[in-house]
Design a binder for this molecule. Structure first.
Ligand code: DOR
Ligand code: ZN
Length: 346
């Protein structure tokens, strides 16, 4: 039986750090295990210019506790008014590593997102020219499309047409939740990648709804049926370089989750690496955990793999994770996988 595994230090290719008190509380949870993360720009107001991204990066670095190292990889929030020159300058300086596309209304703080995709054509062409990746929240927002179908419909109606119209555009389908997403990535070339979250490898939609509604399992895109979860597991553990760890760890206070209209997001920064060791071991793929968590991301983004390592060790007793992280805004519940985990990061 494998007792421990040492892998290159992982990165998180999709992370919500928020701002202010919440940033202060959650940043150490990520920096403890991860060297770098792609930082989502859906603040209020959103991070839409190079100047905003530089200021946000400074706030992240000042919130980092002494003795921890962490590199925030900044993104810009794409709006119908994004200036291609500002974006190109922010990319050329090395500050901005990707641009995030939220269809307007798709999720938390997405009101400034894109309604008319023709209006961002010039920006997308610029991005293809300079090789700046587009991170896509892949869900349509049409009221007549069932929430469980919104990813599959997005691929057909929005993503595939954008990619055909913009040859060379590098795209990451963020947090894929369906076999349709997996199949689409596999059918394309290496200009298309996809992040997969830890929680979507663990829960299906029954976890949210059976036996009472579980607000801490509600996120967007919402978890789908079991066949989709199994397709995600197969993709993540396959070693295919196009599937990349992006936790989408998304903190909301308990007050904002446990309410009549709760926010979407699972907070997994604290226990993600231990949970992934469990998942990969269960699927007989521990030797591919390093590809998923530490190698595929830098390869897609054209960055070096981290030099240092982390070690995951098998424990005799179930690992006890904190149930909550305290912030000055209120407590944040840590994702509970619902089964004992015999792994810890040492
Ligand atoms: O569950 C989610 N939470 N999905 C998203 O797309 C946004 C995120 C958030 O910012 O809370
Ligand atoms: Zn997200």
């Amino acid at each position: 039986m494998t007792q421990s595994i040492t892998i290159r230090r992982p990165d998180d290719w999709h992370l919500h750090l928020r701002d202010g008190a919440m940033l202060q509380a959650v940043l150490p949870e990520t920096a403890r295990h991860f060297a770098r993360a792609i930082i989502m720009p859906n603040l209020v107001p959103p991070v839409v210019t190079g100047d905003h991204a530089a200021a946000y990066r400074d706030r992240i670095l000042s919130a980092l506790p002494d003795g921890m190292s962490f590199e925030p990889l900044m993104t810009l929030y794409l709006t119908e008014n994004t200036d291609p020159q500002d974006l190109a300058a922010a990319a050329a300086s090395g500050l901005v590593k990707a641009v995030k596309l939220y269809p307007a209304g798709a999720t938390t703080n997405s009101a400034s997102g894109v309604r008319d995709f023709d209006k961002v054509r010039g920006v997308l062409e610029k991005m293809a020219e300079i090789g700046l990746p587009l991170c896509v929240h892949g869900e349509v927002t049409d009221a007549d499309i069932d929430i469980f179908d919104r990813e599959a419909v997005f691929i057909e109606r929005v993503l595939d047409p954008i990619r055909r119209a913009t040859p060379g555009l590098r795209v990451v389908m963020e947090h894929i939740t369906t076999a349709d997403g997996v199949d689409y990535v596999k059918s394309q070339d290496s200009d298309l990648g996809a992040t997969i979250t830890t929680h979507h490898l663990i829960i299906n939609r029954n976890h949210i709804l059976v036996g009472g509604i579980k607000p801490h399992y509600y996120c967007l895109p919402v978890a789908k049926r079991e066949t989709h979860r199994l397709a995600l597991r197969a993709a993540a553990t396959s070693g295919d370089a196009r599937f990349i760890l992006g936790t989408d760890s998304a903190p909301h206070t308990d007050a904002n989750k446990e309410t009549a209209c709760g926010c979407a997001g699972c907070f997994t920064a604290t226990n993600t690496m231990a949970l992934l060791a469990h998942v990969f071991e269960e699927d007989g793929a521990l030797d591919r955990l390093e590809d998923f968590a530490s190698r595929n991301g830098p390869r897609f983004y054209g960055l070096p793999v981290n030099k240092d390592t982390i070690t995951l060790t098998k424990t005799a007793e179930p690992t006890v994770f904190p149930q909550k992280i305290d912030s000055n805004d209120g407590p944040v519940t840590v994702f509970d996988p619902g089964f004992p985990v015999f792994w810890t990061v040492t």
